[in-house]
Design a protein around this ligand. Structure first.
Ligand code: GCB
Length: 618
């Protein structure tokens, strides 16, 4: 064996070894705070002050020394009052008198000078919590992109890495009566060891992009609870307590609308499981009837109510079965970006409804690919309510430091944070473990580990990945195949395909291409698409960036895809034009990827109706 190949094989083996270390149990977030929106809480969102810190002087000094106290933005100090005392005090920050920003929302949209700012920004709200005797308090962040450093009243509470998943930190003993000072350092910089790595095809969107809440719980509380319909026609679930009284607690899960009550007793770790027969009058959740039930979890003085739908999903040969019936996934891909000329990834319920409404009512879809990272909980809960199936993924996108066990651990942690957040959402049917990552041993070992942990964490959903297509040109023409050892770990094959857009192929060439894919598994087109500028027309249909070309591209790709015997769905790229610093054609793009069926303000392009018609006929 050549030395380089030996090294690769060894590295792959090392990746596998570390994978077994991160068991599903190890990956559980310290606090899940499931259904936290249903708890007593205070929303800390609103106007916060901020200060830039491009050289990260608030975190460290030169030579890795501790940051100078005059630079430590997180100090619990009234700078103006200190200065008024006179004397020798020197402070080179003042979080109280900084400029202001509306949180949540990415900073890129706020000021022109922040449009492409990529680094550390300090944020501060001051707040006065309600007095809540005997309760525990947690700071819950919906998402901070990308690294977060959290301080309350001058003390470090915790850190978090990963821009799209929630995290909760206990602050019971740090909260004080009266005014509290929360300081959050947010570093948007990505590097070769981050997930994703620095170059993607979407906007940086640095900042605190989802709500920050102070959530209260009893001393011993239900930190996590699930209820899920399995293919054996059982409702299974658990209650997982945190607090001083874990063992031997009588706990209960009930669905009043179905007169269903299940009781259990917790083990020493505070865990109790349920496994009950499905009541006869259970109305299954589906895109046509997105029925949700109030499910009540009770433990001691704690009660938690979540709205949960019950459905099964499985694969049988090349079919995807929803509630036992084959389903074709009529979908579209979507980034987490609201309509508007200057989006800030501010996903209010109204913003999410506008996007998902286009999928469900406009295109007549039943499915959405939430690409390329876990989207806001608001979106996923709305998908439950509106009846849209969901593909959800972590941003293992194009590349990662495959041979680095710490990076694998990072990806697994993100995946666990996503799964723990959304495992009660009926809409979510697919966890994807990667997007367009070139095949090699170390990369496959990395993805295999992600697939294994996803399955261990959630055996009741399907695993997929958006794969690259292998192209062969010979005397028989062009053959497209999926030649990827990762297939063994996937329930559903998915491919991204851009023939007729990137490269020299004409749309006629695409129509003649042959596919050679395994036929015993369902196949999804996880992406295909072409740019078009809304309102730019070209009667000859030959000009890229015209609406006509995009529409013709959709027509020919849909015709080609329809010939694939195991095609079971698609999520073309993409619902709406989205910001991307990768797309800088000065006439057509100007920082926008134009593959939307809608412009950034919601203007329909011709291809929109091509897809809507196709879905109406399927
Ligand atoms: C892809 C990527 C997606 C890009 C898209 C494009 O394959 O998965 O993130 O935005 O192509 O527009 O090229």
């Amino acid at each position: 064996m050549k030395l380089s190949r030996m090294r690769k094989a060894l590295a792959a083996a090392m990746v596998c070894m570390t994978a077994s270390v991160a068991s599903a149990q190890d990956l559980r977030p310290e606090f899940v705070l499931t259904a936290s929106h249903a708890r007593a809480s205070e929303d800390l969102s609103g106007i916060w002050t901020y200060g830039l810190d491009l050289y990260r002087t608030g975190l460290t000094d030169i030579n890795g020394w501790v940051a100078k106290s005059r630079m430590q933005r997180f100090r619990d100090i009234d700078v103006e009052a200190e200065e008024a005392k006179g004397g020798t005090t020197l402070l080179e920050f003042d979080m109280d008198r900084g400029p202001q920003m509306d949180i949540p929302g990415a900073w890129n949209a706020v000021e022109p000078e922040l449009r492409y700012y990529n680094g550390l920004v300090w944020f501060q709200p001051k707040f006065t919590p309600q007095a809540r005797e005997g309760e525990r308090a947690f700071l819950r962040f919906g998402a901070v992109n990308y690294k977060a450093y959290i301080y309350l009243n001058g003390e470090e509470v915790g850190r978090h890495e990963g821009g799209y998943t929630p995290f909760s930190l206990e602050v019971t003993d740090l909260l004080r009566e009266g005014e509290n000072r929360l300081v959050v350092g947010v570093d948007s910089e990505h590097d070769a060891q981050s997930i994703p790595t620095p170059i993607t095809d979407w906007d940086l969107y640095g900042g605190i992009t989802r709500p920050v809440e102070l959530v209260y719980t009893p001393e011993t509380f239900i930190d996590d609870a699930t209820a899920n319909l399995t293919t054996e026609e059982r409702i299974k679930g658990y209650i997982d307590l945190r607090g001083p009284e874990l063992a031997g607690q009588d706990v209960e899960m009930s669905i009043p609308e179905l007169d269903l009550t299940a009781t259990a007793t917790t083990d020493d770790a505070g865990m109790a499981t349920f496994d009950v027969a499905v009541p006869e009058d259970l109305e299954l959740w589906s895109p046509e009837t997105p029925k949700l039930y109030d499910v009540e979890f009770r433990a001691g003085e704690d009660t938690l109510v979540d709205r949960i739908g019950f459905r099964t999903v499985e694969v049988n040969g090349a079919d995807i079965l929803l509630n036992g019936e084959p389903i074709f996934l009529k979908g579209i891909s979507m980034h987490e970006e609201e309509f508007g000329t200057n989006p800030a990834r501010r996903i209010t319920e109204q913003a999410a409804r506008a996007l998902l409404g286009e999928v469900k009512d406009g295109l007549g879809g039943n499915y959405v690919r939430l690409s390329h990272y876990p989207h806001s909980d608001v979106t996923v809960r709305l998908a439950d309510e509106m009846g849209l199936l969901v593909w959800s993924e972590i941003p293992v996108y194009w590349t990662a430091d495959w041979e680095n066990p710490d990076v694998l651990r990072k990806a697994q942690t993100m995946q666990a944070e996503m799964i723990y957040r959304d495992r009660n959402r009926a809409s979510v049917i697919i966890w994807s473990v990667g997007n367009e990552t070139p095949v090699d041993d170390a990369r496959t070992a990395f993805h295999n580990s992600l697939a294994d942990t996803a399955r261990e964490l959630d055996p009741d959903r399907l695993i997929s990945a958006a794969l690259l297509v292998k192209r062969t040109d010979d005397e028989n023409g062009t053959t497209l195949s999926i030649n990827d050892p990762l297939l063994d770990k996937l329930d559903v094959l998915a491919v991204n395909f851009y023939g007729g857009w990137y490269g020299e192929d004409t749309l006629d060439d695409v129509a003649k291409m042959k596919w050679d894919t395994p036929l015993d598994q369902p196949l999804l087109f996880s992406e295909f698409g072409a740019d078009a500028v809304a309102g730019f027309h070209d009667a000859s249909v030959s000009k890229k960036f015209s609406e006509e070309y995009q529409a013709a591209f959709y027509e020919s790709t849909l015709a080609m895809a329809s010939g694939l015997p195991n095609l079971r769905g698609m999520s073309p790229w993409i619902l709406k034009d989205f910001q991307s610093p990768r797309r800088e054609h000065p006439v057509y793009q100007n920082g926008w990827n134009r593959k939307g069926l809608l412009s950034e303000t919601g203007q329909k392009k011709m291809a929109y109706d091509v897809l809507a018609d196709f879905y109406r006929d399927h």
